[in-house]
Design a protein around this ligand. Sequence first.
Ligand SMILES: Cc1cc2nc3c(=O)[nH]c(=O)nc-3n(C[C@H](O)[C@H](O)[C@H](O)COP(=O)(O)OP(=O)(O)OC[C@H]3O[C@@H](n4cnc5c(N)ncnc54)[C@H](O)[C@@H]3O)c2cc1C
Length: 502
Amino acid sequence: MHTNVLAGAQRWHTQQKPKRVTVIGAGVAGLVAAHELERLGHSVQVLESRLAVGGRVRTHGFAGRANGPLAELGAMRIPASHNRTMQWIDLLGLSDRVRQFRTLFSDDASFLETPAGHQRVRDASPVLVEEFRKGLPPGTSYREETVLCAAWLTASVNAVAPGTFRQSLHADLNTELLDLLDGIDVRPFIVSGSAERIDLNRFFANNAGFAARSRLQHFFDDIITETSSALFRLEGGMDQIARRLAERLRGPIHRGRKVVGLHVRDDGVVVEVQRGLATVASHCDYVLCTAPFSVLRRMRLSGFDDDKTATVHDMQYWPATKIAVHCREAFWERDGISGGGSFSGGLVRQTYYPPVESDPRLGAALLASYTIGPDADALGQVHPDKRARVVLEELSAIHPELSQPGMVLDVVTQAWGEDPSSMGAAAVRWSKDATTSEEERALAAKAQGTLFFAGEHCSSYPAWIEGAIESGLAAAQEIHACSPLARPVRASGYRRMPGGAA
Ligand SMILES: Cc1cc2nc3c(=O)[nH]c(=O)nc-3n(C[C@H](O)[C@H](O)[C@H](O)COP(=O)(O)OP(=O)(O)OC[C@H]3O[C@@H](n4cnc5c(N)ncnc54)[C@H](O)[C@@H]3O)c2cc1C
């Protein structure tokens, strides 16, 4: 693939002048696009509002980044099926750092909140089945294994879905989906143990039609991905992807440059950048905006068509909040938990136990809480100190070690819904059908004059790094292919800078 693209680029290069492109945002979409544009012969500068690159790929190092335990505050896992992400990891020389990511319920000793209190995953089936039966309409009768499967599906929905979705899925599960499930032989997916349970991932992989019949197919797709055993992570931190990309760029990355206005003109784009208390406007030929629409809609915008304006303003973003704790030691290992995640319930929702890969004397990182949607707002909208206190108190019910003096060395919290550089965790299309999702994607990615767009929200993999890469590559190709700007006489009043708005 690379050789062909390169040959194409060389042919083009002999015919046309390179373009000067200003990329807004040094997240994965912006960095991949910048990388690709340079490879195609163009010159690029990147404007990034933060001082660090990576955007929503953000790794926090406790006890000093070089040696201490790491916590992933943004993206933490890569599904094996995300080919572009895996290819870029390879291209960036990071293949030797790929490790298996252990997910929720992958360890039988992890915990699961049930109506009868917290249970070890290996012991939870009887309670889950009993509770599920209680919720069935009177007079209905289903096979034992159907109820077992539905009970575990409900448990996964509880663990993964935010509040509003949980209710809607429960209603579906107790009616039409249960009838559908009863028509499938689920026995091959039963995992034996102290109590039998269902391997949902294998069940979904073999019964694609089941998810497809639900109006929440996109959500089921994500459940399948999130509970898969074919997930990877990067030893040394996911942010290595962004840092390696940044190191390989020839053009400058201007950090601390917050774009506050974008104005589409016939001869390019006027970009307004905040510099201290002042705003500097400059004219750029080609601009690629990768800032999320939740941020873009707070900027001064002009020259956008009506459809685009509506898409920028209406795109739905969901928040996510993560709270990571630096512990004196990986106490959970003494409790028999070797990794993976618990569904802790309450405000905490999900808890993950990352492996200890740094010097154990420097302690261990625990991802105490991961929430999305309204659950994330409930934590995100309170003061960070209170956020941390509430989570630690709640989690102490299943991990009393957290209350021991000296066990908690540090806490870091990240509320993506409140972060000015993202104002949300991701564009989620769970409740939209395939046609509506594709229409929204196409409108999000649609250029306005020479203002182009990329980012997970412009892709067919929203909320994943894969989507950021897909959209970054597509936008780079679109800019590469577009006709060079004619050069009309420019309206005065703006500075022209080489390449644009730095
Ligand atoms: C909590 C969480 C968990 C996730 N888990 C996973 C996971 O496990 N696996 C996975 O594949 N994906 C995951 N994702 C999604 C993944 O992180 C994103 O899809 C991807 O990183 C988005 O990249 P992007 O370049 O589109 O956007 P961003 O990373 O948001 O990049 C946009 C950049 O623009 C900058 N910017 C914003 N506003 C301005 C401005 N006004 N001026 C200049 N610069 C600006 C931002 O600072 C940022 O650097 C997760 C995301 C979150 C938040």
